[in-house]
Design a protein around this ligand. Structure first.
Ligand code: PLP
Length: 448
């Protein structure tokens, strides 16, 4: 069968990686395979495997960082917990867009929100003796579980799709009542399903976190990117939904990678409410040299991990945050195009026999955002990852995300501009022709 990308080369490159299954490859492994195939064939894939920004970094951040470098900050160690100017802007940002008050002292930059997550895992799972597990509210970002494994932390997880709304309470209690859950983690909007928790759910999570003394690690990697509401105006509702409204037991991880298109600079933000930051844990001292949570975070975890964040990068982030806080840079407008792309791309998939896997967000249709999920009749997700590679389309299997929906794949829209829609459509059409589903067979039989 002639496929859009040379069958022999795709097969050869898959085999060369020596993976037990290409369908279970990590995001970066799949990325490598596709790079290799593109290098040999000079065919361009529809790259949907990796969540990277599709836009240039904002000029304002570039200029602020360049100016700092020119001033010579490159030779100076920055404070572990960030330059004061940036700490103030992060605190202001959290107030302006989530409407919570967190003092600058417990707002600090991290090396991407990835490092923020790593620190959060380290500190929450060593805070209280025998409270040492993480509960992932899945589906989720696969590398978070890798982070837990790297530091030797055990975890539990469940797929939240069947436990939306009030049903979430009993499900969470079934884990929390064992008493060993140090932290609960989720991303909101969710990578990969683009589920967005509503206030009822956030209230349940918050209430239970307080009741069972577990810390919510709320990953806001797609800050403000639920485009159904306009969250762009500082100090004005609607505010970004967050568990912060419902408990003091939380840590906010805010990425600048997608919302500000700054993935390459590896700078994110962590904000910890004052009560938790100033609290004590009976198990912190042996690991971090202090039993004070905030002190352990900064002078234990951050010191040991990277001793801070690139000095110039901090000034770059400061530049954009200041503009966003003052209302002179609309960060939501600058990334809204992802939602528009998703709308078109989802239609191209569903017009060609594919189905959206996580298609509902509670009672509503799932929003158009940075990711969507899809399946094709009679294929498992793992099989579909491989088969689509022959059609010049790359995406990851949901199996790697802790999803129960093993038939599904995650697609990221960020690298597929309008100019590629025709290619995508042609490839999907050919896929459909080459793989008539059982429904199509029935239609053909009726016509015979
Ligand atoms: C849910 C989630 N959290 C964190 C990250 C990483 O963020 P950062 O680039 O700030 O480290 C990503 C990136 O894809 C993500 O999807």
């Amino acid at each position: 069968m002639k496929t859009p990308i040379d069958h022999k080369i795709v097969k050869q490159e898959i085999d060369k990686m020596g993976l037990p299954s290409v369908g279970l490859a990590s995001i970066r492994e799949l990325n490598r395979i596709v790079n290799n195939i593109e290098g040999i064939t000079h065919d361009q894939y529809i790259r949907m495997e990796m969540g990277v920004p599709g836009f240039d970094p904002p000029k304002i951040a570039v200029e602020a960082e360049t100016a700092a470098l020119k001033k010579g900050v490159g030779s100076k160690y920055p404070p572990f917990d960030g330059i004061p100017e940036l700490k103030n802007e992060i605190s202001g940002f959290v107030k302006n867009f989530i409407n919570v008050d967190i003092k600058p002292v417990s707002c600090f930059p991290t090396v991407g929100s990835m490092q923020g997550c790593y620190m959060a895992m380290m500190c929450t799972t060593r805070r209280i003796k025998d409270k040492n597990k993480i509960l992932f509210i899945d589906p989720g970002f696969p590398v978070n579980k890798r982070q837990a494994s790297v530091i030797g932390v055990e975890y539990e997880h469940f797929d939240v799709y069947e436990f939306r709304g009030e049903k979430l309470r009993a499900k969470l209690i079934s884990y929390l009542e064992k008493g060993d859950i140090a932290a609960l983690m989720y991303s909101n909007p969710n990578n990969p399903a683009w589920i967005c928790f509503n206030d009822t759910e956030l209230e349940i999570i918050g209430e239970l976190a307080t009741q069972y003394d577990s810390i919510v690690i709320e990953d806001l990697a797609y800050f403000g990117m639920d485009f159904r509401k306009d969250y762009a105006t500082p100090c004005e509702p609607p505010f970004i939904p967050s568990v912060a409204k419902y408990t003091d037991n939380y840590i906010l991880l805010i990425s600048s990678s997608k919302s500000f298109s700054l993935a390459g600079q590896r700078i994110g933000m962590t904000a910890i409410p004052d009560k938790l930051f100033n609290s004590k844990g009976d198990n912190l001292e042996p690991y971090f040299g202090s039993s004070n949570f905030g002190y352990a975070y900064i002078f234990g975890a951050m010191y040991a991990l990277s001793s801070g964040v690139s000095h110039s990068g901090q000034w770059g982030l400061h530049g954009i945050l200041k503009a966003v806080n003052e209302g002179t840079f609309n960060f939501v407008d600058s990334v809204k195009a992802y939602g528009e792309r998703a709308k078109v791309m989802k239609k191209l998939f569903t017009d060609n026999g594919f189905e959206i896997v996580y298609d509902m967000d509670g009672q509503d249709k799932i929003a158009d955002g940075f990711y969507f999920t899809f399946s094709y009749p009679n294929f498992s997700g793992v099989e579909l990852v491989e088969e689509l590679l022959y059609y010049g389309i790359s995406a990851i299997s949901l199996t790697t995300t802790g999803s129960d929906r093993h038939e599904g794949l995650r697609a990221c829209v960020s690298q597929t501009g309008k100019e590629r829609f025709k290619d995508l459509e042609n490839r999907l059409k050919q896929f459909k022709e080459d793989h008539p589903s059982s429904g199509d067979f029935k239609i053909i039989e009726q016509h015979l």
